[in-house]
Design a protein around this ligand. Structure first.
Ligand code: NAP
Length: 333
């Protein structure tokens, strides 16, 4: 089978496509014929040795896949050849056939295509866990989303609206802000792309305050970090919750006096670890997310797809900051 392999740390250009041995399922395992792979920013981090996990090389990136069960190992119960499933292995997904533990599979609901299924779990799972379980977002509250046209950001916009919040979308280009407004954001603003000095950060904080309203944001969803973090923290309301989700713009430091002044909580979000520690809570969230999808309240917007041979270009769109919504790698037969 073909696999996209990282053989040395580096950017997407270091990835190669090679023939490797087909996997066979051991006890408790299944092999999935992969149809589509969702692309996430962690794919860019993991191939550069900049992620929480450092798999042994060579390895394939690709955190989440959708496909069909092709072979079932000994002792597997309740999973059958032909089942349409999603798996979230963290890495290893950009291959034609993937071996995973049977109990980790999530069935794809009727009517959901493979591309949508591959672009669903990681972003909505993260953003729902963040907004519901970590921030306890309430109807009527104001939610400021940074990077609102990215994977987790766009999911946060849709989920914020579905949860009854007033959503303010912030992003680096007019197209990205327009995209977030189409997703349902109530208000939007463009922020600068480059590093910002103190004066520029102060000006941005003023923009955030103007867009969120007189009292500021109750919840900030920060999947961006860098110089955007402090201006967002300064634009928060009393009892605000600041969600630390990701750092494509760099890992920020925050002056803690700002949290004291407004009784703001800075809340860490690590969805993957939460899934491992609290599988029942995650299963309940997944069921709620599937219901929101069935009700038409959330829908991954896939702006581009790439074949497996060009998976490196798919990851490049994220590392170059040009992706809007979700990018998916399609595995052709
Ligand atoms: N905490 C968790 O459990 C969890 C789970 C999944 C992902 N994450 C993290 O969340 C972050 C976003 O992931 P994603 O998959 O949603 O990524 P994505 O689709 O690429 O979105 C990231 C957004 O970050 C913004 N950005 C700012 N500076 C950037 C830069 N230098 N390079 C690239 N993008 C930049 C971009 O928006 P603008 O151009 O509008 O600024 C972009 O849309 C990543 O750090 C990822 O590791 C965390």
């Amino acid at each position: 089978m073909r696999a996209v392999l990282s053989k040395a740390p580096g950017g997407p250009e270091t990835l190669v496509v090679e023939e490797v041995m087909d996997p066979t399922p051991g006890p408790g395992e299944v092999v999935i014929e992969v149809k589509a792979v969702g692309v996430n920013y962690p794919d860019a981090l993991i191939i550069a040795d900049k992620y929480q996990f450092r798999p042994e090389r060579p390895f394939a990136p690709g955190a989440e896949v959708a496909g069909v069960v092709d072979a079932v190992g000994e002792g597997v119960k309740g999973v059958f050849r032909g089942d349409r499933v999603v798996a979230v292995p963290g890495w290893g997904g950009m291959v034609e056939r993937l071996k995973v533990r049977a109990e980790t599979l999530i069935p794809i609901p009727d009517g959901m295509d493979y591309e949508t299924a591959a672009a669903f779990i990681m972003t909505y799972g993260t953003s729902y866990y963040a907004l519901k379980d970590r921030a306890n977002l309430q109807p009527g509250e104001t939610l400021l989303v940074l990077g609102a046209a990215g994977g987790v950001g766009a999911a946060a916009v849709e989920l914020g609206k579905a949860m009854g919040a007033r959503v303010v979308a912030a992003a680096s280009t007019n197209d990205k802000v327009e995209f977030a407004l189409e997703l349902g954001a109530d208000n939007g603003l463009i922020y600068p792309t480059g590093p910002m000095d103190k004066a520029a950060q102060k000006a941005l904080s003023g923009e955030f305050k103007l867009s969120t309203g007189r009292d500021g944001a109750d919840v900030v969803f920060d999947g961006v970090g860098g110089d955007y973090a402090e201006p967002a923290l300064r634009a928060m309301d009393w009892n605000g919750r600041y969600l630390v989700v990701g750092f494509p713009a760099g890992i920020p430091s925050l002056p803690l006096n700002l949290t004291l002044l407004k009784s703001v909580s800075v809340v860490g979000v690590f969805w993957g670890a939460a899934v491992a520690r609290e599988p029942k809570a995650n299963a309940a969230n997944m069921a709620e997310l599937m219901q929101l999808w069935k009700d038409g309240k959330i829908r991954p917007r896939i702006s581009r797809t790439f074949p497996l041979e060009r998976a490196h270009e798919a990851i490049q769109t994220l590392s170059e900051r040009t992706a809007v919504g979700k990018i998916v790698v399609k595995v052709e037969d």
